[in-house]
Unconditional design. Structure first.
Length: 105
């Protein structure tokens, strides 16, 4: 991992710059709000809004995951954070059950 952009609500996402040592390639991976990731992804998922609505109505939380391969990785060490969320390919959605605890007010 070469750079980590921690989650910030104004970006609705977090991202990392990583090196795959097995093939010496560099990637940016982003996880965040599904609506945000869908908006900035190159590949638009057909039926995305319906899928997201169904997942939400089932009471599940949802995160989207996307990536892109990058050239000149060391330029990304100082690149503006918002540039990490451009030209992405959506990989999918991660859904999970995040129930409130009994002692939650």
């Amino acid at each position: 991992m070469l750079r980590v952009n921690q989650f910030e609500s104004k970006f609705q996402a977090m991202s990392v710059l990583v090196r795959d040592t097995s093939c010496d390639k560099y990637y940016i991976f982003v996880k965040g709000a599904p609506e945000k990731i869908q908006k900035v992804s190159n590949n638009k998922v057909i039926g995305f809004d319906k899928l997201l609505s169904d997942v939400s109505l089932a009471g599940l939380r949802c995160l989207a995951v996307a990536y892109r391969e990058v050239e000149r990785p060391f330029d990304w060490l100082t690149s503006p954070r918002d540039s990490f969320a451009l030209g992405l390919t959506m990989l999918g959605l991660v859904t999970f059950d995040n129930r409130l605890k009994h002692d939650t007010v």
